[in-house]
Design a protein around this ligand. Structure first.
Ligand code: SF4
Length: 974
């Protein structure tokens, strides 16, 4: 039996009347058809007020203390609670898991699918099913409607594909419904059926609907919801409150389709005689009454300046009567934390931030990545270093030093991942400093290793949860972020626990870490995280919540495409033409409603409205919204805003603009500000790479060459002795490769000499080739197969090109003067006498020449192997300086003097293998003189402590691992 009820539509001219009517409906005992503006007693009957979002509910609660204000989902919760024996409600997670099982069963029963059943697709299927049911469609009817719309054309392959997809979807939906029934729980749709069939002993008697339908408002009610409210037993009064504009957008027509003869009343024109004034830019044209700013941050900065200016001119209203309105809360909430805090403007927001943006979510991602990357060095070290976890070796915590030592040791061992390899390395581990970290890494990897195998989903998630619980670092009570971190961790643990239980109960397919990662990341992505708001100050709201708030000033920000109007989510299964046959709205219907809501919003303030758009989102150009062209339809009076004065309102302005003011700072910030303002001038040498007290010592020539590349790189490497970050590469990194090639040539020439050979000549060239090949093959045995292939080709060549060995051997064979002795990897340490423009001087140096060939005629040939390109002659130092060192050190060797005859780079990159340092005697003199002067100048610069970064390109230089600390972007400033 249907309870007799009063159903009425209350039409209101705008949002002021909208709020006023809602308050009156709740605070007065309603008389059918009569709306007294007089305040009265609170309605004693249980009443529900339906609003779009929790944010909207909080705004309405500021004016209404008493009634239950609910969103659509909460409406079902309340009605469910009032059933005499309410069935268990299935959670979103349970429904998703049930759909996964149902989809796989339908796919298995229906033959091959043209798409894969990915988790994202399953979520879309469930969303589509919900939409169908909320549109009062049953699965059978859905199949019939699609079949009718597709017609009878059997030859159309696209139609056949859609028919097949429809059969699959219908099969999956039926299977889902069967599984829901078997679960003993209920979803929204089975609950709706039960609510209509089963009277409650304590029913809700009055419902006030303040949202439109889902076509006019994405958070609105559906046809099935309105149907429920029409038929649910016990409901005596149903009031629908809507603005004239939203009704005129098509909602009025749809309401009358559902309820022919619906009673209508218009609210008395109580509330506002005048709309707010629209504040335009000072020189705005009438057809562009909005503000255009550079980006979102500038929009908030402009609002902060305006608030401060109002305060100075006595034009301010209480902050809580001002709202900043956006379509989407992010990134405005993040920016507000910067901008309004810096300006000392308190603000409040009830919008939730994504849990995925919390550091806790990154920590769980790190665990999953460690397994997915097969316990690579980088991920293991990151896991051990993560502040979110704690790992022990026995009773002791693993220190950062131990983890750094492990990082180096694993890099040197060329560990690229794989637990078995880590176990094998551990049996012959020699790095004592890294033992604790190694043991912790091994223990963590052993705990997580089963995640990489295929096991039931519930087992895998439970394993992840166990690891998380065992290793989460305790949160200190005095940690300023303790409360936030606890809430984030609780959300993660709840999600993992629920996922484990739901899979164990409903669907437990075999999963690897990839599946676990997809599921966990997806559910973390679905969750939001309500931030703790100051509870006072300016309001930051979305456009749905502000409809329910009472504000004097409203600033609407971020009015760009595609936010205003918000693009509807696309249905991935059917084109709009087919969806129309299922009752889906047209784009025109939606757009009309969006424009109506925008016009309502423009008039919702009591005093002033400001609208702004911007041109740059990150680095991308964006377009203003076409909805801005609707502004004249709001018929607001316009007032030209005053230009901003140059008052300093931000903390950085207090410090950066003269005269510097420290008054805004207190406590630790004040101490820091005083310290910073008391420092030496910014153009002093200390700020531009000059260090003091650099210890005098004998530098190696290669280090001095590094200085010539970039003085800061030299400083980091050789003065601060910062170790470069090791890199994991499938093949040897350039440094190791250089070492390997040096070793090969050294071994070859040592073996050549030991075998009694001296010079390599055209006659013994083949012998030299054979011996070189044997040496290379012996060296390659120590390398992994893939690397060995690469190095073999590099050294011995291929049918397409000669190798490095051939270039080296030929170079010697083609030279007429025979070698009498080869000095390999010869140390040339000690004082070097050089000639400079200021006269002779001695410089202490260290160095090692790759190869010195002593020739029969008393000259020597100096050879420097370069794995890459040869250095530019203007920068080269090693070869000329080693030449001079060798001449001085070799005096008396074999009872005679030796003079430099030839100096060459054997370069393994570039157009030529053999690159001479000089080409003539005159050139030789100049090259050596320049090198001596360069050496003296460089050593003097080092002694003066001059280490400015010298990037190739100020912003892009990343040619070493000190790129993150070298402050190259200051080069050229002041
Ligand atoms: S990144 Fe460039 S500028 Fe910075 S230290 Fe390295 S070489 Fe110098």
């Amino acid at each position: 039996m249907i309870t007799p009820r009063r159903t009425q539509l209350i039409r209101v001219p705008g949002l002021h009347a909208f709020r006023h009517v809602i308050v009156n409906l709740v605070t007065l005992t309603p008389e059918p058809g009569a709306l007294s503006p007089e305040p009265g007693t609170l309605n004693p009957e249980p009443v529900l007020v339906v609003v779009p979002t929790r944010g909207a509910a909080r705004q309405l609660q500021r004016a209404l203390d008493g009634p239950d204000i609910v969103t659509r989902d909460e409406l079902y919760d309340r009605l469910h609670d009032r059933l005499t024996k309410p069935p268990r409600r299935l959670s979103a997670l349970e429904r998703d898991v049930i759909t996964q099982g149902a989809a796989r069963a339908a796919a298995a029963a229906g033959g091959e699918l043209s798409f894969q059943l990915r988790p994202g697709l399953i979520a879309e299927m469930l969303r589509f099913y919900d939409h169908l049911r909320r549109q009062s469609q049953q699965v059978k009817r859905f199949e019939e409607l699609i079949d009718e719309a597709l017609g009878l054309d059997d030859a159309d392959r696209a139609a056949e594909r859609l028919r097949k997809q429809t059969r699959f979807l219908a099969g999956a939906f039926r299977e889902y419904e069967r599984r829901v029934r078997d679960s003993g729980g209920c979803d929204e749709h089975t609950l709706r059926e039960r609510l209509m069939a089963e009277p409650s002993a304590d029913p809700i008697r009055h419902v006030i609907v303040t949202v439109a339908d889902w076509i006019a408002d994405a958070d609105g009610l559906y046809a099935a919801d309105f149907d429920l409210l029409t038929r649910i037993p016990g409901l005596e009064a149903l009031d629908i409150v809507s603005t004239e504009r939203v009704l005129a957008s098509g909602f009025h027509e749809r309401l009358h389709t559902w309820w022919p003869g619906l009673e209508e009343v218009s609210s008395p024109g109580v509330v506002q005689a005048f709309g707010p004034a629209l504040i335009t830019p000072p020189d705005a044209s009438t057809d562009e009454p909005w503000w255009t700013l550079r980006d979102r941050e500038e929009e908030l900065v402009a609002i902060a300046r305006r608030l401060k200016a109002d305060k100075r001119t006595g034009d301010a209203v209480p902050l809580a009567r001002t709202a900043v309105v956006f379509k989407r809360p992010l990134p405005y909430l993040y920016l507000a934390a910067e901008v309004f805090r810096a300006a000392g403007i308190p603000y409040q927001s009830s919008d939730a931030l994504p849990l995925a943006a919390e550091p806790t979510a990154a920590a769980i991602d790190l665990v999953l990545e460690t397994v997915a990357a097969d316990f690579s060095r980088g991920t293991l070290v990151a896991l051990l270093r993560s502040p979110h976890f704690t790992f022990g070796d026995g009773d002791a915590d693993v220190t950062r030093e131990s983890v750094s030592a492990l990082d180096r040791a694993l890099s040197q061992a060329r560990y690229l991942g794989d637990l078995d390899r880590l176990e094998a390395l551990a049996t012959e581990w020699h790095s004592a400093a890294s033992f604790p970290a190694l043991h912790a890494a091994l223990a963590a990897a052993r705990e997580l290793a089963p995640l990489a195998t295929s096991l039931p989903a519930s087992t895998q998630i439970a394993r992840l949860l166990a690891f998380w619980s065992a290793h989460s670092r305790p949160i200190a009570d005095d940690d300023p972020y303790a409360s936030r971190e606890r809430r984030a961790r609780a959300a993660v643990v709840d999600m993992l626990s629920a996922l484990t239980a739901v899979h164990a109960a409903h669907d437990d397919p075999p999963w690897t870490v990839d599946d676990v990662g997809i599921a966990v990341r997806r559910w973390i992505g679905e969750q939001t995280f309500v931030q703790q708001s100051a509870g006072a100050g300016l309001f930051l709201l979305d456009d749905r919540a502000v409809r329910y708030g009472d504000f004097d000033d409203v600033a609407i920000v971020g009015v760009i495409e595609p936010d205003w109007p918000e693009r509807p989510r696309r249905n991935i299964f059917y084109p709009p033409s087919l969806l129309a046959s299922l009752g889906w709205p047209s784009e025109k219907d939606r757009r009309a409603a969006d424009d109506a809501r925008f016009l309502d919003l423009l008039t919702c303030a009591s005093r002033r409205t400001i609208v702004s758009t911007f041109t740059l989102d990150e680095d991308a150009l964006v377009s203003r919204s076409m909805q801005l062209d609707e502004i004249p339809r709001a018929r607001l009076s316009t007032v030209a805003g005053t230009p901003f004065d140059n008052a300093r309102i931000f903390a950085d302005e207090a410090l950066a603009l003269e005269p510097i003011a420290l008054d805004p700072f207190e406590g630790e910030a004040r101490v820091w500000a005083e310290l910073r303002t008391g420092r030496s001038p910014a153009d002093g040498p200390d700020y531009h790479g000059t260090a003091r007290d650099v210890p005098a010592r004998a530098w190696s020539v290669s280090a001095i060459e590094t200085y010539l590349d970039c003085p800061f790189k030299f400083f980091a490497q050789h003065v601060l002795k910062i170790e470069e970050e090791p890199e994991d590469e499938e093949v040897m990194d350039p440094r190791r490769q250089g070492q390997f090639v040096h070793d090969v040539f050294q071994t070859f020439f040592a073996a050549w000499q030991d075998a009694g050979h001296r010079a390599i000549t055209p006659e013994n060239l083949d012998d030299a080739r054979d011996m070189f090949t044997a040496v290379v093959d012996g060296a390659l045995e120590r390398l992994p197969a893939a690397e060995a292939g690469l190095e073999r080709t590099r050294l011995l060549g291929s049918p397409a090109a000669a190798g490095l060995g051939e270039a080296v051997l030929r170079m010697e064979a083609e030279r007429p003067i025979a070698v009498v002795e080869r000095l390999l990897e010869r140390r040339l340490d000690g004082e070097l006498s050089i000639a400079t423009a200021d006269g002779p001087r001695a410089i202490a140096l260290r160095g090692k020449a790759d190869r010195l060939d002593l020739l029969e005629d008393g000259s020597f040939r100096l050879i420097d192997y370069k794995l890459g390109w040869p250095p530019k002659r203007g920068r080269a130092l090693q070869l000329p300086i080693y030449s001079l060192c060798a001449e001085q050190r070799l005096a008396g060797h074999r009872g005679r003097t030796w003079t430099l005859g030839e100096a060459v780079f054997l370069a393994f990159k570039g157009p030529r293998r053999v690159v001479p340092l000089f080409s003539s005697a005159a050139d030789r003199v100049k090259v050596l003189a320049d090198a001596q002067q360069r050496l003296a100048d460089t050593v003097d610069a080092i002694a003066r402590g001059e280490f400015p970064p010298m990037p190739d390109d100020v912003y892009r230089c990343e040619s070493c691992s000190f790129a993150s600390v070298c402050r190259k972007d200051y080069v050229g400033d002041v």
